[in-house]
Design a protein around this ligand. Structure first.
Ligand code: C2E
Ligand code: MG
Ligand code: MG
Ligand code: MG
Length: 289
């Protein structure tokens, strides 16, 4: 047979693997420098009361201001930061800046001070002194513990780890709220919920995506919301993109939500303007006659 022209498929595959590996190594090297250089920025996505549209909280979402690549989204570097351990200093940076921003927003709108919700990775939570650092940041910024929520993943809870439970209990005893992020994407085991130390479930976007098209999924979501209510947990639905999502969730008993329908993650200087606008949005939810 005649030899085909060009690079064989296996070699192209190998080259792209190689390129990806190099890119990851480069990102990892850059990331260490970025922490030294303070090259991150937080955006804040409103968490709203679904019935009124009023902003109740803000989720701090980190972005990397990369000198060559521009604003890099967290999905491209959080995992690398986890693997290399850089998540600990990066997470501390996020915590400090999120708490500072929360204190500023509170000073600007004391009557409607939004809570600040901060993503904390497993490795960061497990790092020595994490709980003390949380308290130190709150004290430094003068932020009441009740205005801080930490978002953790199901995987942190599943191990039944004594140290983790003790940490969660200490935080909650002081008033810090704890939220399970991306709920339902992990083991989806509802049975462990009654014995975990949390305040809120964040129902993953993948559930919200399907409720408009699948009655079975909608039933499942309503079941989760009811179970959460029984356990006295709040539910925040993630990734609400349409009015239909919002209506189905309200009918299903869900009180809070987050998603592009309300707002994308906003730069810090756009938050108060958004909040002021959403305070006057009650008419959008007038029930149909
Ligand atoms: P997450 O905590 O589940 O955050 C929600 C993500 O969904 C955000 O992406 C947000 O922009 C996006 N999102 C919100 N509403 C919608 C919607 O209606 N439609 C769609 N398509 N997307 C929506 P982002 O900012 O890229 O963050 C991605 C993930 O990166 C976060 O998922 C979180 O797991 C992680 N992350 C972000 N910041 C931090 C951080 O400071 N520390 C840690 N450990 N992880 C972080
Ligand atoms: Mg989150
Ligand atoms: Mg989430
Ligand atoms: Mg999610």
């Amino acid at each position: 047979g005649s030899a085909k022209r060009g690079t064989p498929r296996w070699r192209r595959y190998e080259e792209s693997m190689h390129a990806r590996m190099l890119q990851r190594m480069q990102l990892r090297a850059d990331l260490g420098q970025a922490i030294t250089d303070d090259a991150f920025v937080l955006h804040f996505q409103p968490i709203v009361d679904l019935a009124t549209g009023h902003t109740r909280g803000l989720e701090a979402l980190v972005r990397w201001q990369h000198p060559a690549r521009g604003l890099v989204p967290p999905l491209e570097f959080i995992e690398i930061a986890e693997e290399s351990g850089l998540i600990v200093p990066l997470g501390d940076w996020v915590l400090r800046h999120a708490v500072d921003a929360a204190a500023k927003f509170r000073a600007a709108v004391p009557e409607q001070a939004p809570y600040m919700s901060v993503n904390v990775s497993v490795r960061q939570f497990r790092s020595a002194g994490f709980v003390s650092r949380v308290f130190a940041e709150l004290a430094r910024a003068g932020l009441p513990a009740e205005l801080l929520t930490i978002e953790i993943t199901e995987s942190l809870l599943l191990g039944d780890d004594e140290q983790i439970h003790a940490g969660l209990q200490t935080l909650r005893a002081a008033g810090v709220k704890v939220s399970i992020d991306d709920f339902g994407t992990g083991y989806s085991s509802l049975s462990y919920l009654h014995r975990v130390d949390v305040d809120t479930l964040k129902l993953d976007k993948s559930f919200v995506d399907t409720i408009a098209t699948s009655p079975q999924q909608y039933d499942l979501v309503r079941g989760i919301i009811q179970l959460a209510a029984t356990l006295q947990l709040d539910v925040v639905a993630e990734g609400i993109e349409t009015d239909q999502h919002r209506e189905l969730l309200i009918d299903g008993g869900c009180a809070y939500g987050q998603g592009y329908l309300f707002a994308r993650p906003l730069p810090e200087d756009a938050v108060l303007g958004y909040m002021a606008g959403s305070e006057h949005s009650d008419t959008q939810v007038t029930p149909a006659a």
